[in-house]
Design a binder for this molecule. Structure first.
Ligand SMILES: [Zn+2]
Ligand SMILES: [Zn+2]
Length: 100
């Protein structure tokens, strides 16, 4: 493919957009403006705002790293611990880190 000035411009533009988006997400992270929702889904700040893999993927089963119960919720295939253990130990269900 020929790499023209137009390609260069549009690449540069999209890089700026991505930067802007990351910056926005970091701002959300710092303000934690969705704390209520975040607490409800038991996900830490990093996973909620910056780690986009957690959240809304297809229905899969994984196993809790603490009690070994199957995790049946369909929101993510990367959950580390079940809601119950996360609640008991105040952990993020998504990465297994501490809640903020
Ligand atoms: Zn568990
Ligand atoms: Zn997390």
């Amino acid at each position: 493919m020929e790499w023209t000035n137009k390609n260069i411009k549009s690449k540069t533009n999209s890089n700026k957009m991505k930067y802007q988006h990351s910056k926005d997400m970091i701002q959300h992270y710092e303000m934690d403006d969705e704390k209520e929702n975040r607490d409800k889904s038991m996900v830490c700040k990093y996973c909620f705002y910056l780690r986009s893999v957690c959240g809304f993927s297809a229905m899969t089963t994984s196993y809790c790293g603490i009690c070994e119960e199957p995790i049946l919720n369909g929101s993510s295939d990367t959950n580390i611990v079940c809601d119950k253990c996360a609640g008991n130990k105040d952990l993020c269900t998504c990465c297994g880190g501490e809640m903020d």
